[in-house]
Design a protein around this ligand. Structure first.
Ligand code: ATP
Length: 285
């Protein structure tokens, strides 16, 4: 039996540049791995795939499928196809990352299965090959395979590693209500944002450790869309900033809002200031 951690991500920025010929949106996002993680256990079986999941610790866990629609299952299928072998695997997921929350919980599980099967079957695939398999499962999966701090472009699967940002506390607030990524992008297309994050500038600011300047430029183009459906997002941001957060922003297509601080006591103060939302304190990874 082998264990992998499936770490969640937050979007420090999210920009949408248009719709591509293949129907995906052209994006430019600065992504950051965080310590909050699902646990993934993998065991060899004679063939095929089986999946057991404990999602009792997260809200809405009962809505996550445990069959071939689960992204962990899809990842195992794509791994087998890529290798041309019936590498049997029993997957056990313990969910800790809230679902449909903008934290890439499903993509993180898929990435952990791909990394884990490479170890389990000693297939020695390169990181590039693992990312190629991941991209067949979902646009965020390659980033979840690589992790750290990255610029994600194209449909999200073209990655450039950035200078890792230092050890910040991350407070997550997940207000009630789920936002599907498909709905968010469709609604965005009807009313595109007029503001765009200056990603090139932010990358330079992060590289020289000028975090205060970088934080001021963080922006998520989907935030306005999500706010229309879940107004509590604005309330969370306001409370986080009032409690001392250096920055507070929605992640991905929402509805999770994150706050960053380099002070553990302020992180606790931020967490305590939030009402009517699930709260997690974690760290950048
Ligand atoms: P993103 O930031 O990539 O949009 P998200 O956090 O908004 O991700 P996920 O948690 O990845 O969204 O889940 C989105 C959908 O995927 C849900 O409808 C969920 O039922 C489905 N899903 C499939 N497999 C999984 C999994 N292993 N864990 C969580 N959700 C999964």
């Amino acid at each position: 039996m082998l264990k992998e951690l499936a770490r969640a991500k937050i979007n420090l920025t999210l920009d949408i540049l248009g719709v591509r010929a293949d129907g995906y949106h052209e994006v430019s996002m600065i992504m950051q791995t965080i310590e909050l993680a699902d646990e993934v256990e993998l065991e060899k079986i004679s063939g095929g795939i089986s999946l057991a999941m404990d999602a009792t610790k997260i809200q809405g866990g009962e809505n996550i499928p445990t069959d071939e629609r689960n992204l962990a299952w899809k990842a195992a299928i794509e791994f087998q196809k890529f290798c041309g072998k019936n590498f049997g695997v029993a997957i056990r997921l313990t969910k800790k990352i809230p679902a449909a929350a903008g934290l890439a919980g499903g993509s993180a599980d898929a990435a952990a299965v791909i990394r884990g099967m490479n170890r389990l079957y000693e297939t020695r695939l390169t990181e590039k090959e693992l990312c190629e398999i991941g991209a067949r499962v979902g646009s965020d999966v390659p980033f979840c395979i690589i992790g750290g701090t990255c610029l994600a472009e194209g449909r999200g699967a073209t990655l450039t590693r950035l200078t890792p940002i230092k050890n910040f506390s991350v407070v997550l607030a997940k207000p009630d209500g789920e936002i599907s990524t498909a709905w968010a992008y469709k609604t965005y297309d009807e009313n595109p944002a007029k503001t765009h994050p200056p990603n090139e500038k932010i990358i330079k600011q992060l590289a020289r450790g000028d975090y205060d300047a970088a934080f001021k430029n963080f922006f998520n183009a989907l935030e306005d869309v999500a706010l229309k459906k879940i107004p509590a997002i604005a309330d969370c941001k306001k409370k986080m900033l009032a409690a001392g957060a250096k920055v507070a922003l929605m992640s991905g297509s929402g509805s999770t809002v994150f706050a960053l601080t380099d002070n553990n006591l302020i992180a606790e103060k931020i967490a305590a200031s939030i009402e009517n939302a699930q709260v997690f304190i974690t760290k950048t990874f």
